[in-house]
Design a protein around this ligand. Structure first.
Ligand code: DGY
Length: 321
């Protein structure tokens, strides 16, 4: 008998076809995640699940799913999953590293350029009929080329961002839990900096850390005060790494110049204070959202699930069971 699996939200036909070769599949076709109640009842008799970063997989849910053997997230981040609870129950957890690095780095640069050059504000100005003609200081932004980027979190995506920064002749400093090998630092052309040093020296502070208790509100009011007043904050990593209320206050009173954000606390009910500000560029968590990359992510999760249900260690298992 084939193992029974759930796909919690809309994916791609290719992914469902692949899963159906190996499993009996129940697939939700709606784009958004199911309610907690629906998820619990659908998962109760399943051996595995392909889930989204918007599905909360906690111990209470696991307790209602005695057959569950694998939880395969369609995301590189997996802070929606209680990994310790899965491990305690012998459930494998997987993510989708690698396939989204370049796409996410592209979006970071999109946000960075758009924020530096005030693109959203400029478009609104034009669309609202405010454009009376060219003038010298109109919507003046700041230069990206030749500036200093400070990256907090230097994993694969951070390194993909560095490669883009070199094309803009930017100086890159970074802060990370563990320092990169000297040879890797030299190859990338980056210098290690302490947190305070980076916050004070960077023209663009780019966050690339996962969300955890350790990174909760890493960027709070005190951290924002360490930035240059001309500094720009870019976050396409995870909401919760930034204290959004503190950021709104810092953007409103000029503690920092601007921010480009793809992620928020309490998505999708983000703090409406952002909407009153012109000096912030906002996107709805689309960092990895290209057709090719989202397909690759979903297929990676499906392959992880099939491997796990065949009793193999999936390529992207994040826990030890
Ligand atoms: C991830 O993979 O964690 C991203 O946030 C998805 O866009």
């Amino acid at each position: 008998m084939k193992p029974r699996v759930l796909v919690t939200a809309e994916v791609f036909d290719e992914v469902l076809e692949y899963l159906r070769e190996h499993c009996e599949v129940e697939a939700n076709l709606e784009p958004l995640s199911p309610s907690a109640d629906k998820l619990r009842s659908q998962l109760a008799d399943k051996d595995g699940v392909v889930c989204m970063l918007t599905d909360r997989i906690d111990d209470a849910l696991l307790a209602a799913c005695p057959q569950l053997k694998a939880v395969c997230n369609v995301a590189v981040g997996y802070n929606n999953i209680d990994v310790a609870a899965c491990t305690a129950r012998g459930i494998r957890v997987t993510n989708t590293p690698g396939v989204l690095d370049e796409t996410t780095a592209d979006l970071v640069f999109t946000l960075l350029l758009a924020t530096a050059r005030r693109l959203t504000e400029a478009e609104m100005y034009l669309r609202n009929g405010q454009w009376q003609g060219w003038h010298l200081r109109q919507l003046a932004g700041v230069d990206v080329h030749g500036s200093t980027m400070g990256i907090i979190g230097m994993g694969r995506i951070g390194q993909a961002i560095v490669r883009r920064a070199s094309g803009f002749n930017m100086k890159v400093i970074y802060h990370n839990r563990s320092r990169l090998d000297g040879a890797v630092e030299r190859e990338l052309g980056v210098a290690y900096a302490g947190f305070d040093e980076l916050m004070g020296a960077a023209d663009f502070v780019v966050l690339q850390v996962p969300y955890s208790q350790a990174t909760h509100h890493l960027i709070d009011a005190a951290a924002l005060k360490k930035m240059k007043r001309s500094g720009i904050l870019i976050n396409a990593a995870r909401g919760g790494v930034v204290d959004d209320a503190a950021l709104i206050a810092a953007l409103a009173d000029g503690t920092i110049r601007a921010a480009g954000l793809d992620v928020f606390e309490n998505e999708p009910r983000f703090n409406p204070g952002f909407l009153d500000l012109k000096n912030v560029v906002l996107a709805p968590h689309i960092g990895s959202s290209t057709e090719g990359t989202r397909l690759a992510m979903a297929m990676t999760a499906a392959r992880n699930l099939v491997a796990a249900l065949q009793g193999q260690r999936p390529p992207n298992q994040v826990n030890e069971v």
